[in-house]
Design a protein around this ligand. Structure first.
Ligand code: ADP
Ligand code: SF4
Ligand code: MG
Length: 332
């Protein structure tokens, strides 16, 4: 089955990922839907352990072999979840680029930076001469604001700072002109100034090349003014999603409020200071709404029935009490 032209760049439907561990099944992703248009940025946010990486790795077949994946992920007319490993490899580093939290995992410590970018360029264009690929690698480094690229191309990863290494990892991810870029916590290991530069670089690339980007982060604040859409993930499900500004304004789900309240903020009167505790292990999920043990608005029914996403003022929210929870107070 294929999709008609004019479909979104990426359409994920009812994606589920279950890991088998010695203690039983771990339902890390429990049925998520995502839609991304070309040229748009989708922020996927949630605390550590909510299933963000497992979901994105599933799209590229990068979860460990024991993982069971179901659902659909339509990308350019094909369901990524149904492709043969060989076909999926063609997408990886080709039409889909991935940038990870730790750039060292994308770099080989014993090869020079310029050679590694050139190798990524040659991966999908095997007939390109080595010299040409190297020239393109240096051009790409310059475009990603790596100063003195000719000299730096001859250096090794350990001779680069964390921020520079992340630029190189981005160069490798975009070397073959991907249409979709998945950036999984690309700045978590970096200091705040470098973090801002890298995010700016990713946003520029996305806008200039008309790519679609999924930007994964545990920091909701990072997405303000950057992402077009936000999907908030908790315990393997999306609990709130919509246009970024509307999600920030409505904070319809208590978890979103908690995430926003955990940020250093100007507007402190949001009704929830920060969320206590941590997300449940997917091996031991609470009954009902998985957020109920931490939720200040929880009532009896929250412990028995799981809420589903429903439209509430322009934003989809999965909360039994979405009508009853007062809108956040704003500082005058
Ligand atoms: N290979 C695996 N085997 C078993 N459990 C896993 C595996 N990978 C991830 N998990 C579990 O799945 C859950 C989601 O993990 P992950 O997707 O990495 O979360 P996030 O990226 O949101 O921090 C976590 O509880 C994690 O422990
Ligand atoms: S369903 Fe209940 S526990 Fe879950 S977020 Fe809403 S109020 Fe809180
Ligand atoms: Mg992760």
């Amino acid at each position: 089955m294929t999709r008609a032209a004019g479909a979104p760049l990426l359409e994920v439907r009812d994606l589920r990922v279950t890991f088998r561990s010695r203690t039983g099944e771990v339902a890390a992703v429990r049925g998520i839907d995502l839609t991304l248009e070309a040229g748009r940025i989708l922020g996927l946010v949630g605390e550590s352990g909510c299933g963000k990486s497992a979901a994105m790795r599933a799209l590229l077949g990068l979860n460990p072999p024991g993982a069971v994946t179901s659902g659909a992920a339509w990308f350019e007319g094909a369901d990524l979840l149904r492709l043969k490993p060989r076909e999926l490899r063609r997408h990886r580093g080709g039409s889909i680029g991935m940038v990870l939290q730790n750039p060292l995992s994308a770099l080989n410590p014993v090869h020079r930076i310029g050679d590694q970018i050139a190798e990524a360029i040659c991966l999908h264009r095997p007939r390109l001469s080595r010299a040409r690929a190297r020239g393109e690698a240096i051009e790409l480094m310059a475009r990603l604001s790596i100063a003195d690229p000719e000299r730096r191309a001859g250096l090794y990863p350990h001779e680069f700072s964390g921020g520079m290494r992340q630029r190189v990892a981005i160069a490798i991810a975009v070397a073959n002109g991907p249409r979709l870029l998945i950036a999984d916590e690309p700045t978590t290991a970096l200091d705040v100034t470098v973090q801002a530069q890298i995010i700016e670089l990713l946003v520029e690339l996305t806008r200039a090349r008309g790519l679609g980007m999924i930007l994964i982060t545990h920091d909701l604040g990072l997405l303000a003014g950057i992402a077009d859409q936000v999907a908030v993930m908790y315990a393997g499900r999306i609990v709130e999603t919509g246009p970024t500004e509307e999600v920030f304004a409505a904070r319809g789900h208590p978890y979103t409020r908690g995430l926003l309240a955990s940020l250093p903020r100007i507007d402190a009167r949001v009704g929830l200071t920060s969320i206590g505790g941590s997300p449940p292990s997917p091996a031991r999920l609470p009954e009902g709404c998985a957020f109920h043990p931490r939720c200040p608005f929880s009532v009896d029914m929250c412990a028995t029935g799981a809420p589903t996403l429903e439209l509430h003022g322009g934003v989809q929210v999965a909360c039994h009490r979405r009508e009853a929870i007062p809108p956040p107070e704003r500082a005058p």
